[in-house]
Design a protein around this ligand. Structure first.
Ligand SMILES: Nc1ncnc2c1ncn2[C@@H]1O[C@H](COP(=O)(O)OP(=O)(O)OP(=O)(O)O)[C@@H](O)[C@H]1O
Length: 327
């Protein structure tokens, strides 16, 4: 059985705005195993990025981890670790973002940026770093690599830049790659190529993946397991096929209903009425109660517990606890 690579337990992240504190992540608990591809899905504002930034140690200054545990490759985070955590995390976890242009240095040739990564983190000579960078550029499907090595970022298309970012992220052989909306800024055909590449890299390098997207359709293509987040809570966690066939949380069911499909061609696409409540408007009860067509009194007053339901499936919903979900 694969070992656990990332374990998040009962994590709370809180923003301090003025003199007030606002919880942004609540009781978040999940794991990523070695080589596993796990997706996090949810609408804008649900806490997907804060989850990845917590792991990376990159939370904004106004946000604090107020409770819980993050464990990477057997090493636990604790407050005040600073550089020590950066070293552990840096050795095992790399991240790619939605907009590769803003993550690349516009003044340095792209090949050199990949080589710099190897020079900084591996004990290699300049020549070896260049060779590793060229090898990685070929591996991520770039052509004319010798010429491309010396090109500046602005000369590259969005898809090529994202390939460069993936090469930079993987050159030091991290155990986990966090990809935060890596294809959202790309057009659809390029999107499909980058998703193929990420799957291929997961297979060929055994790097586990935490893939963040607001699009369940994309997660379905890439991941083996999916975590559904809503307003700072994980509301469902299950293998992808299980969640597609037997969604248990009304929010997950609504996300699935909103997915375009060939059968729905010509029909008006379903959208979930309402919006994710901002931090300042979150109260007691189930975070989804205000938009849930099946909410009852208890949903507005008591936060549901996370229930384990078999088949690797967990859900946070009073309907499940009351035996009203049979899906
Ligand atoms: N620097 C900040 N200051 C105050 N609130 C913030 C800050 N960054 C994020 N938030 C709030 O924290 C909550 C979670 O944000 P987060 O960026 O993790 O959401 P997300 O699910 O990744 O959304 P998106 O898909 O838009 O990136 C949101 O309500 C957001 O407004």
């Amino acid at each position: 059985m694969a070992n656990t690579l990332l374990a998040i337990r009962e994590l709370d992240v809180t923003f301090t705005i003025g003199k007030k504190q606002y919880p942004a992540l609540r009781q978040l608990s999940f794991q990523v195993k070695e080589k596993e591809r796990v997706g996090i899905v949810g609408e804008s504002g649900c806490g997907k990025s804060l989850t990845s930034l917590s792991v990376m140690g990159l939370l904004p200054e106004s946000a604090t981890i107020t409770r819980g545990e993050i464990n990477v490759a057997g090493k636990a985070w604790s407050p005040g670790m600073g550089e020590e955590w950066n070293a552990t995390r840096g050795r095992h976890v790399a991240m790619i973002f939605q907009d590769p242009m803003s993550a690349l240095n516009p003044l340095m040739p792209v090949g050199k940026q990949i080589a710099e990564m190897a020079l900084t983190h591996l004990s290699v000579s300049k020549q070896e770093a260049k060779e590793l960078a060229l090898g990685m550029m070929a591996k991520v499907g770039l052509s004319r690599i010798n010429q491309l090595y010396g090109e500046y970022p602005h000369r590259l298309s969005g898809g090529m830049m994202q390939r460069i970012m993936i090469a930079m992220a993987l050159i030091c052989k991290p155990k986990l790659l966090i990809a935060d909306e890596p294809t959202t800024a790309l057009d659809v055909t390029i999107q499909a190529q980058i998703l193929d590449l990420l799957r291929e890299m997961n297979r060929s390098t055994n790097t586990a993946m935490l893939f963040i997207s607001h699009d369940l359709g994309v997660i379905r293509e890439v991941c083996e397991r999916v975590i559904v987040m809503y307003a700072g809570y994980m509301v469902e966690d299950a293998p992808v096929q299980e969640i597609l066939e037997h969604p248990k949380h009304p929010y997950t069911a609504a996300l699935l209903q909103a997915l375009p499909s060939i059968e729905k061609r010509g029909q008006l696409l379903y959208t979930i009425p309402g919006r994710v409540p901002p931090l300042t408007e979150r109260g007691d009860g189930c975070p989804f109660a205000g938009r849930c067509p099946r909410a009852s009194t208890i949903c507005h007053t008591k936060t549901p517990e996370l229930e384990t339901c078999g088949n690797g499936h967990r859900v946070r919903c009073h309907l499940y606890a009351e035996g009203k979900i049979f899906a």
